[in-house]
Design a protein around this ligand. Structure first.
Ligand SMILES: Nc1ncnc2c1ncn2[C@@H]1O[C@H](COP(=O)(O)OS(=O)(=O)O)[C@@H](OP(=O)(O)O)[C@H]1O
Length: 192
């Protein structure tokens, strides 16, 4: 028994450095992993927190706006961004994907139509020889994912309705281009 104990203690003593080194390595690894995970959690919480903050800020702004509209607190004013705050380049930059291409094409057509007669310009059909296009008589205003596209589709089912082929974004993106641009590029279908 005592021989066995002696043998075990000798083995422990022989390998104690390796055992200690292994323990130190694993502890360091554990320490490193826990610090990394904690940092990750903290940054996630930070993101969520800032999202919530933004949400509450927006909610607050909206509520203040409503109060202002309802006359509950007339001293608080809503600060609106003036329509000309964005330079034309910025507005162009907002157009994305396919729409960017369509807008560019429309701009080119528009500029060529202003330099040459409408009958000569390549983007014009024969029906565009009319002096001007009408402004829309109704406008659908909605938030993203608010179902505006569906509403437009439903309204367009009526035979007396001539609808824009796609969302115009005149008031939020292309306002600086002016009413003439809007009227010309109202992208109404052929009845427009
Ligand atoms: N009647 C009705 N009931 C419930 N949900 C509806 C309805 N009409 C449209 N939708 C859903 O609205 C989403 C599209 O809204 P928008 O056309 O405004 O979207 S967009 O922001 O202009 O792209 C789109 O949601 P997602 O499918 O989740 O994208 C539509 O499915």
């Amino acid at each position: 028994m005592s021989v066995k104990m002696h043998h075990a203690s000798t083995m422990c003593w022989r390998y104690h450095r390796k055992i200690t080194a292994t323990i130190i390595v694993f502890s360091a690894l554990y320490f490193f992993v826990s610090i990394t995970l904690t940092k990750k959690n903290l940054s996630n919480e930070g993101v969520q927190g800032s999202n919530l903050e933004t949400f509450h800020e927006r909610k607050g702004v909206r509520e203040r706006g409503e109060e202002h509209h309802q006359g509950k607190n007339p001293s608080r004013k809503i600060h609106r961004i003036p329509h000309n705050a964005l330079p034309a380049e910025g507005i162009k930059g907002l157009a994305k994907g396919a729409q960017r291409g369509q807008v560019k094409q429309k701009e080119e057509e528009f500029s060529s139509s202003s330099t040459s007669s409408s009958a000569d310009s390549p983007g014009h059909k024969q029906s565009d020889a009319k002096p001007s296009k009408k402004f829309p008589q109704a406008i659908i205003i909605g938030v993203k994912k608010g179902g505006t596209r569906a509403l437009l589709k439903f309204i367009s089912l009526h035979p007396d309705v001539a609808a824009a082929k796609q969302e115009m974004h005149f008031f939020d993106r292309y306002y600086d281009k002016g009413l003439e641009w809007y009227r010309w590029s109202a992208w109404l279908d052929e009845h427009g």
